[in-house]
Design a protein around this ligand. Structure first.
Ligand code: UTP
Length: 476
C-alpha cells in the first residue's frame, strides 16, 4: 500500500469515529512524527472509544448507585472472642509460613500524577522519614529487605509506574542500588494509558503529533501486572499472593502475617484492609455489600442518608473505609486476564493542556475535558470471595496526598513519630510527652531495627534513654 493510500485509509477510519481532527496537522509533520502519531492511533480501539464517549464522556454512567446495598462485614482489628483469638493465632502462623516459603510478593502502585502534592518527580522519591529523610521508596525497600531477612526468604518487589514517571523511577532505584535489595528481586513495569477527551468526545492532542493521554488509574494495575510480565515473574518465583499498596503510605505494613493468613484461610481471591471512618463524611470509599459481593461505593456517591445512618450504640452503619490496601491472588489476576475483563470507568472533569485546531498550545484555567480512570477496588465484586480486616489507623495509614494540611507530609511524618513512640512505650520504654500528650522528641525506627513492637522488644537493651527534644534514630 502506498503512503497516500495508507493515509486515506487512516483518514476514513478516523472520520467514521468523529476523530479525524487527530491528523489535522499531518501535512506539516515530519516522517518520524507521522509514524509516532500513526502508532498511537493504531493502538486505539475506536469502536470501544465510541462507546466510552457515549457512556462516560457525553453522558455520565460512572456514578450509578446500586438499587440495593448494605454494609460489608469485617474481621475486627483485635480478636473479640475465644474462637476468634484461636483463628487469629492460626492465621498469623499460616501467614508467617507463607512468608517463609516466599509465596508473598510486594506490589506498590506508583503510576499516579501526584497533582495534589505538587512534588517534582515520582512520588516515591518524596523524602518522608522524620530524621534520615528517607524517601518512600527507600522505606519500602528497607522493609522488604528486613522482612526477607526475618523470614529467611527473598520477597520480590513489583513496582507499577506510568509513562509520566517510569524512567525517573527506574533511574532512582538503579542509582541507589535498589536500596540494598538484589536487582533481580525488583520488577518495574508500566501501566497503560487512556486518551483524554474534550467535553464533546473528541480526543485531545497534546502537540501536533501526540495524543493527550493519562495513566488508566490504579485499576489498570490488574491488566499491567499481567501484560507487563510481573505475573510471569511471580509464577517463576512461586509467588501466589500479591500484597498491594499505594506509594503515598509510609506506614504500610507490607507483609502482615495476620492479613495474609486470614486471606488464605478464608480462600479469599482479593481482600482488603479497612479503617473505621472518623465520621460519616470522611472522604474514603465505603465497603458495602451489593448482591452479596463486597463492593466499594465512593464517598461522593454514597447518599447522605446512608452515610449518616447509625446503629443504636452510635457507631456508623457504613463505617468501613477503603484505604488502598489489598491482598490479591496471582491466580485471580490470571483469571481476570484470561477473559475479556474490564473495570468500570470513573470520569473526572479536568483542566487538560492541549493544542487547538489553530496549532496553539493552551493550558486552560477552567476544566475543559474528561479523564477516565479505573479503580482497583472495582475488581472486588469479581472475586469469588473477598475478606475485609479492620485495621488501626495510627498503625497503618498515614498517606502523603497534599502539600499542606490534612494527609500531608507533616501529618504523615508526625504519624511515623507517634507510631514509633507507641511501639516504644508498649515495650516499657519511657517516651517524653508534653502536657497535652504529644510526643516531645523526634523518633525514627529503621525497618532493619524493628518491623513490629515484638522485634523492638528483642532489642530493648539497645534503646537509649530518650529525653525531651531528642532526635532518636534506631537502626542496626
Ligand atoms: P491517587 O488517587 O492519590 O492519585 O492515587 P495520585 O495521582 O497519586 O495523586 P493526585 O490525585 O494526582 O494528587 C492513589 C495511588 O494510586 C496510584 C498512585 O501512584 C497512588 O499510589 N495510581 C493512581 C497509579 O499507580 N496509577 C494511576 O493511574 C493512578
Amino acid at each position: 500500500m502506498s503512503n497516500e493510500q495508507a493515509f486515506e485509509r487512516l483518514q476514513s477510519h478516523l472520520q467514521a469515529h468523529q476523530q479525524a481532527h487527530l491528523i489535522h496537522f499531518w501535512p506539516g509533520l515530519s516522517p518520524e512524527e507521522r509514524e509516532k502519531l500513526c502508532n498511537q492511533i493504531g493502538k486505539l480501539d475506536l469502536d470501544r472509544i465510541d462507546r466510552w464517549v457515549k457512556d462516560y464522556v457525553i453522558h455520565d454512567q460512572s456514578a450509578k448507585i446500586p438499587d440495593h446495598f448494605g454494609p460489608a462485614m469485617a474481621y475486627a482489628a483485635q480478636p473479640d472472642t475465644p474462637d476468634m483469638t484461636e483463628k487469629y493465632v492460626r492465621a498469623t502462623a499460616l501467614g508467617e509460613d507463607l512468608l517463609r516459603q516466599g509465596r508473598v510478593g510486594a506490589f506498590v502502585v506508583a503510576g499516579g500524577q501526584g497533582t495534589r502534592l505538587g512534588f517534582e518527580g515520582p512520588k516515591g522519591n518524596f523524602p518522608i522519614s522524620p530524621i534520615k529523610q528517607k524517601t518512600l521508596f527507600q522505606l519500602f525497600a528497607e522493609t522488604i529487605l528486613a522482612t526477607s531477612l526475618k523470614y529467611g526468604t527473598r520477597c520480590p518487589w513489583y513496582i507499577m509506574t506510568s509513562p509520566l514517571n517510569h524512567e525517573p523511577t527506574r533511574d532512582t532505584l538503579e542509582a541507589n542500588h535498589y536500596f540494598g535489595l538484589p536487582e533481580e528481586d525488583v520488577f518495574i513495569f508500566q501501566q497503560g494509558t487512556l486518551p483524554n477527551f474534550a467535553l464533546d468526545g473528541q480526543i485531545l492532542l497534546s502537540n501536533k503529533h501526540t495524543l493527550a493521554t493519562s495513566p488508566d488509574g490504579h485499576g489498570g494495575s490488574l491488566k499491567a501486572l499481567f501484560e507487563g510480565g510481573a505475573v510471569a515473574h511471580m509464577q517463576a518465583r512461586g509467588v501466589e499472593y500479591i500484597s498491594y499498596w499505594q506509594v503515598d503510605n509510609p506506614l504500610i505494613n507490607i507483609f502482615d502475617p495476620l492479613f495474609i493468613g486470614l486471606h488464605a484461610l478464608d480462600g479469599s481471591q482479593m481482600s482488603s484492609k479497612s479503617l473505621v471512618k472518623t465520621g460519616p463524611m470522611e472522604k474514603v470509599g465505603n465497603f458495602c455489600l451489593v448482591d452479596n459481593k463486597v463492593t466499594v461505593i465512593e464517598y461522593s456517591d454514597l447518599p447522605d442518608e446512608a452515610a449518616l445512618r447509625r446503629h443504636p450504640d452510635g457507631s456508623l452503619v457504613f463505617e468501613l473505609g477503603s484505604i488502598g490496601i489489598h491482598l490479591v491472588n496471582r491466580t485471580f489476576v490470571e483469571q481476570l486476564n484470561a477473559g475479556e475483563f474490564s473495570l468500570p470507568f470513573h470520569r473526572a472533569v479536568k483542566k487538560i493542556p492541549h493544542i487547538t485546531p489553530e496549532g496553539k498550545y493552551v493550558e486552560p484555567d477552567e476544566p475543559n475535558g474528561i479523564k477516565l480512570e479505573t479503580f482497583v477496588f472495582d475488581a472486588l465484586p469479581l472475586a469469588s470471595h473477598s475478606m475485609i480486616l479492620k485495621t488501626i489507623r495510627s498503625e497503618e495509614f498515614g498517606p502523603v496526598k497534599n502539600a499542606t494540611g490534612v494527609d500531608s507530609a507533616e501529618t504523615s511524618r508526625q504519624m511515623i513519630i507517634d507510631r514509633a513512640g507507641a511501639w516504644l512505650e508498649s515495650i516499657g520504654t519511657a517516651v517524653p510527652r508534653k502536657d497535652n500528650g504529644q510526643i516531645d522528641c523526634v523518633l525514627e525506627i529503621a525497618p532493619s531495627f524493628a518491623l513490629t513492637p515484638e522485634d523492638l522488644c528483642k532489642k530493648a537493651d539497645r534503646i537509649p534513654e530518650i529525653k525531651p527534644g531528642d532526635s532518636v534514630y534506631l537502626s542496626d
